[in-house]
Design a protein around this ligand. Sequence first.
Ligand SMILES: C[S@@+](CC[C@H](N)C(=O)[O-])C[C@H]1O[C@@H](n2cnc3c(N)ncnc32)[C@H](O)[C@@H]1O
Length: 192
Amino acid sequence: MHPFFPRPTQLAQNWIAQILRPGDVAIDATLGNGNDALFLARCVGPNGKVHGFDVQAAALCTSTELFEKNQIPQDQYSWHLLSHTEMQQVVTAPVRAVMFNLGYLPREDHNVITQSTETLLALEAACSLIDRGGIITIVCYPGHAGGDAETAEVIAWADKQGAAWHVVVYEKRATLRKAPILIAMQKKGADT
Ligand SMILES: C[S@@+](CC[C@H](N)C(=O)[O-])C[C@H]1O[C@@H](n2cnc3c(N)ncnc32)[C@H](O)[C@@H]1O
């Protein structure tokens, strides 16, 4: 990626870093190797909380190892071996940020991939949990098999969210392979 225009995964973190405050609650809806969750944990600090969701037990183990290596206290995070569609069962509002990084884990089973029907249900759940001024980021992979349709559905869904949200789509154009896309939504509040 051009150095001036960050990768969508990096830009998602840049924007979230401006919104999360110490003590906030944040969700990584697709925990994977725990890299985004570690970023969230650093933003919310020792008085905050990060919830991580994944359907692969291996993702939870890898993320725990990462957190232990980085000496993040255990009471600062909770992992859930659940689909992100279930987030309202285990997390209570208000939540300040929810990250989605769709698709599959690069070095794991590529058949375990996010499904658009579940993704849209999880996005609805995230919208219900998020606080005013809070942010949802979604990195989509239109270059993956099935990722093209999922990306289109997520963008169509985001477009319909109406007056309550600021919605932004960030996409590098004219690439040989379809580049990942970032969709970010900030819930409007008194000062946003
Ligand atoms: C691209 S990876 C996420 C990378 C991660 N954010 C990181 O920092 O390493 C996508 C993850 O979504 C998970 N996933 C797939 N379907 C899911 C679902 N319904 N609920 C939660 N996670 C799911 C996969 O198992 C995979 O680990």
